[in-house]
Every structure is written in structure tokens, then in C-alpha cells.
Design a protein around this ligand. Structure first.
Ligand SMILES: *[C@@H]1O[C@H](CO)[C@@H](O)[C@H](O)[C@H]1NC(C)=O
Ligand SMILES: *[C@@H]1O[C@H](CO)[C@@H](O)[C@H](O)[C@H]1NC(C)=O
Length: 314
């Protein structure tokens, strides 16, 4: 009796080991579809409100762009540039989006050539500013008046890279990422840290140290724009490089929503929906850390309707 019971246990154990085998063998399994679509909002007044963007039900994350950072040797030069969108109402829209299950983040426009963060202290100051102004770690002395989005709490912060980083710059981005990862709601230490994402040109120098931090849960790679022409042609190589370089992050394929994007981020890189479906999607989703698609930007998407395709294939 006892023996047959033991036998059953052994058989059950062997069966579950067999079931596990496909997952243990070889490199990690393909991610397949994730359904994740991220969009940038805030680059054109004619795109409609943040609430409207979320109400399209096309996106799982909306990134408000940009908070421009130009410290130039002294801390505190941060300006929110939403292309003329009125600030009043954005806070309520953020909450509306979050209630619908859409994550809302804020993108930092980081021009390294412009010396955005001259020293470690400027990175720490920026982290403090973000925590108190947009995230949950509001100090008691931080008044709501100083928070452009009121008491709405953003889900994350995006590091938007325009150009390559020197090792010194990279170190400061590391400091900023580390400080932000530590930030929590002052009143609730069990609250999750902000989700950190990075958005970089595909042609970003391989192994750029600025991104070599496991703090980024997502990396959006811009497979468009003039500086990325080689990347858009040899996209399979580039995709393999990026997904291999950041195994602990989910890597998103960044696309323009229309052939001729209105503003920055333009240039080549538009992919016809049919080509995207047949040539790109199967290849991209082979990567274990494929994350989804990133679309630039909501204004172009509103006109072209591109995300209606992408949503089903992401
Ligand atoms: C903020 O940064 C964006 C992206 O680099 C740029 O297009 C915009 O002109 C900047 N705004 C200001 C006020 O400098
Ligand atoms: C473009 O990419 C291909 C494939 O990755 C590479 O062999 C080639 O050297 C690149 N050319 C330039 C100019 O970077």
C-alpha cells in the first residue's frame, strides 16, 4: 500500500519533470504576443487630451512627453513641455487612464550634448524633484500647488535619450535610476517603486553604459528617425543585439504611426501594416524578452489609425 503510494508520487514527480522539460531546454522560450502597446502623448496640441488617448483603448501605457532637463551646472532647470496642452485636467486624466488600467509615465528629454546632468548631485536633485512633483514620495512640505498634475501619481519615469552618453554621463543616469528605484510613497514603504523605462535610438552605441542598469523594466528602441537608417534596414541584427544586451528588461520595438511624422522622430522607418504583420511580428516575438510595440506618437496615430493594427498583433 505504502509502496504503491510512493510509486504514485514518483510517477507524478516524473510526469511534472517531463512537463517542465521544454522550458528547461535550450534558450528561453519565445515571448509570443504580450498585447503591450505604448504611445507617446504630448507632442502636438491637436492630438486631443490624455483622457481621449486612453479612451481609444489602443494603449497599455501612455508616456507624457516631455519634461525637459537642462541643468547646465546648477540644479533645478526643469520645464514641462506639453506642446501647449493645458495642464489643468491632466491630473484628472492621469487618474482616469489608471482606472482603465493604462499606465501613465513621464518622459525626461535628456540631451547629453547639452550637459543635462553635470554631476552626481544634479542627478540626485532631479530624482528628488521627480519624486516630490510627479511620484508618490511627496514630502510633507511639498504643496500640491507645486505639483502640476496635483495629487495624481505617475506610474513611472522614462529616460528619453537623444544622443550617445559619455561614461561620466552614463554614471549620472545610473545615479538617477538608482535614486528613483529607491523612491517610495513616504507614507507607505510597501508601495511599488516607479517603473523605469528607457527610450533610445536604435543606433545607440552598443553596450552604452547608460542603459546597462537592470533598473529599466522596459527599453523602447526607436527603429525610425534619420540617425537610425542602418538600423531600420538591418533591423533583425539590431533587434538581436538589443534583446541580447538587456536580458532583464522587456524590449519594445519603436515605430512611427505614419510615413511622415509631423515633428521630431521623423525620417524613415515607417513599416506598412502588412509588412509588419508578416515580416516583423514573428521575428520580434521570438525573443524571450520581447515586450511589445512603442508608437510615436499619439498625434500621428490618431490620424493614421496605425495602432488599430498593432494592438491585435503586439
Ligand atoms: C523639450 O524637448 C523636446 C525634445 O527634445 C523638444 O522638441 C522641445 O522643443 C523642448 N522644449 C523646450 C521648451 O525646450
Ligand atoms: C550596417 O549594419 C550592418 C549589419 O548589422 C553592418 O554589417 C554594417 O557594417 C553597418 N553599416 C554601418 C555604416 O554602420
Amino acid at each position: 500500500m505504502a509502496l504503491s503510494r510512493l510509486g504514485q508520487v514518483i510517477i507524478a514527480a516524473a510526469a511534472s519533470a517531463l512537463l517542465l522539460l521544454p522550458f528547461l531546454a535550450g534558450p528561453a522560450a519565445a515571448a509570443g504576443q504580450t498585447g503591450q502597446v505604448t504611445v507617446f502623448w504630448g507632442r502636438n496640441i491637436n492630438e486631443g487630451s490624455l483622457r481621449e488617448a486612453c479612451d481609444t483603448a489602443m494603449y497599455t501605457m501612455v508616456i507624457i512627453s516631455f519634461l525637459n532637463v537642462s541643468v547646465h551646472g546648477h540644479s533645478g532647470d526643469y520645464s514641462l513641455d506639453l506642446s501647449g496642452h493645458p495642464l489643468a485636467g491632466v491630473g484628472a486624466d492621469i487618474k482616469h487612464c489608471q482606472r482603465k488600467g493604462v499606465l501613465v509615465s513621464l518622459s525626461l528629454s535628456l540631451s547629453i550634448a547639452g550637459g543635462a546632468l553635470p554631476g552626481d548631485q544634479s542627478a540626485i536633485d532631479l530624482a528628488d524633484h521627480l519624486s516630490n512633483t510627479y511620484l508618490a514620495a511627496a514630502r510633507d512640505d511639498a504643496t500640491t500647488a507645486a505639483r502640476p498634475f496635483g495629487d495624481a501619481v505617475l506610474d513611472g519615469v522614462d529616460f528619453f535619450f537623444h544622443d550617445a552618453a559619455t561614461p561620466a554621463d552614463a554614471e549620472r543616469y545610473g545615479v538617477l535610476a538608482t535614486e528613483l528605484s529607491r523612491s517610495r510613497n513616504a507614507g507607505d514603504q510597501s508601495s511599488p517603486p516607479p517603473r523605469l523605462t528607457a527610450t533610445a535610438p536604435c543606433a545607440f552605441p552598443a553596450g552604452a553604459a547608460a542603459l546597462a542598469t537592470s533598473a529599466f523594466e522596459r527599453v523602447h528602441v526607436r527603429f525610425y528617425g534619420g540617425e537610425n537608417s542602418n538600423c531600420t534596414v538591418y533591423w533583425e541584427d539590431a533587434w538581436a543585439r538589443w534583446t541580447a544586451a538587456y536580458p532583464r528588461s522587456r524590449v519594445y520595438f519603436g515605430l512611427p504611426a505614419a510615413p511622415a511624422p509631423e515633428k521630431d522622430g521623423g525620417g524613415g522607418g515607417y513599416i506598412y501594416p502588412k509588412t509588419l504583420y508578416y515580416s516583423y511580428v514573428p521575428e520580434l516575438q521570438k525573443a524571450a524578452n520581447y515586450g511589445g510595440f512603442m508608437i510615436w506618437d499619439h498625434y500621428s496615430d490618431k490620424k493614421s489609425g496605425y495602432s488599430a493594427y498593432v494592438k491585435n498583433w503586439a
